[in-house]
Design a protein around this ligand. Structure first.
Ligand SMILES: Nc1ncnc2c1ncn2[C@@H]1O[C@H](COP(=O)(O)OP(=O)(O)O)[C@@H](O)[C@H]1O
Ligand SMILES: [Mg+2]
Length: 363
């Protein structure tokens, strides 16, 4: 019987609604409950098919136990390996490579490293930092924020080099990024489930408030792009539950914050309008994962990182590609000359497309 476990922090409404919805599906073959952990043995087999993790970012023991649970083939939302690996700067660089609009961002050396790191250990660091150069590239105003952070911790808007240095000098051991400020007229926060279902929410970041998404607030084309960009980035990051934030300026959705592995899902935060859709999104996701085979992955680092079933998913994709290329080989054989001409054109088109993408993202 597929079993789903839930690991929560200081939450009330989401866990209750989520477990009630799962247990109310009328599926006798499915069980969902709060998970209990009190010490984990190395040879332990995890009894859960799916674990929804909402708190391991604050409880290191949970994170490590979840990585071990993955050995049993348990699907964890979100993959604890990716959560351990991510940071905002990697996210920005990745999203830029994928063609999303990302504000110019520079990763900065830390202000402090702590007593255990001596001067000699920092011999590769250039000093002083080229503040003028970085500011010139990024532009002002800009945002200085931790590359690993959340909940507005350490986020500051800076309008001058003096303000930048003022906040940088107070950044301690955080590794910071400096980012071009987007002068936005609208802001959205999008829940993305299973790297495919997107709930776009209107959001006021100053007030930290979710607002109703009135008809016409986003035109269809922009909405489609926001949904597509959310899926693209969640797919690349390997997150099954994430929120992606976009600041919209002149109709362009700029990706601002998209490594939110356990977004706030309380009804009083996200409002009933979005809450029901978010609970539905999570329920469909975990049911889908629970219904997939509980195949134990090869105990190889690479497969563990990608998550159970990844090699299967990969080989499915490869065989699809193979049959597609077989079919195209047949066509080519019947019209070799036309095929060659097409290849040339498509290579050119691909080249054009790539440079267009790079330009667009760099704007
Ligand atoms: N580049 C930017 N342009 C405009 N506003 C920004 C930018 N970066 C951050 N902000 C503002 O600061 C808020 C917090 O920054 P964010 O990157 O979302 O950090 P956190 O992970 O702490 O939420 C955003 O919701 C937005 O209002
Ligand atoms: Mg944010």
């Amino acid at each position: 019987m597929p079993k789903i476990g839930l690991l929560v922090g200081r939450e009330e409404s989401f866990p209750r609604a989520f477990l009630d919805a799962l247990n109310g599906l009328g599926r006798d073959d499915l069980e969902a409950e709060m998970l209990k952990l009190g010490g984990t043995r190395m040879d332990e087999l995890c009894e859960y098919d799916v674990i929804v993790d909402r708190i391991s970012h604050d409880v290191p023991y949970y994170r490590l136990a979840l990585k071990q649970a993955a050995l049993s083939g348990t699907r964890i939302v979100n993959n604890p390996y990716w959560c351990s690996a991510d940071d905002k700067f990697l996210g920005y660089s990745l999203a830029h490579r994928l063609g999303l609009a990302v504000p110019r961002t520079v990763l900065l050396p830390n202000k402090e490293y702590g007593e255990e790191v001596s001067e000699e250990s920092l011999a590769n660091l250039e000093y002083p930092i080229d503040w003028e150069g970085h500011v010139e590239w990024v532009g002002l105003p800009a945002f200085l924020k931790p590359a690993i952070g959340g909940g507005w911790r350490g986020v500051n808007r800076v309008d001058s080099i003096e303000e930048l240095l003022h906040h940088y000098d107070r950044s301690g051991r955080d590794t910071m990024v400096l980012q071009q400020a987007v002068d936005f007229d609208r802001y959205v926060r999008c829940f993305c489930f299973g790297r495919k279902d997107v709930v776009v929410c209107r959001y006021d970041p100053e007030a930290r408030a979710y607002l109703p998404l009135d008809d016409g607030w986003l035109d269809k084309k922009l909405l489609r792009r926001i949904e597509r960009d959310s899926v693209t980035i969640c797919e690349a990051l390997g997150y099954d539950c994430n929120t992606v934030e976009f600041a919209i300026a002149d109709g362009i959705p700029w990706a601002i914050d998209f490594t939110n592995i356990a977004p706030d899902m309380e009804i009083w935060s996200i409002t009933p309008e979005y809450f029901d859709r978010v609970v539905d999104g999570m329920v469909s996701l975990v049911v889908r994962l629970a219904d997939q085979s509980g195949e134990v992955p090869h105990p190889r680092w690479e497969d563990l990182l990608a998550g159970p079933g990844a090699s299967k998913r990969r080989s499915k994709k490869t065989s699809k590609k193979r049959s597609a290329s077989k079919a195209s080989a047949k066509t080519k054989a019947s019209s070799k000359a036309a095929g060659a001409a097409k290849k040339k054109t498509s290579k050119k088109a691909a080249k054009k497309k790539t440079s267009g993408k790079t330009r667009k993202a760099a704007e």
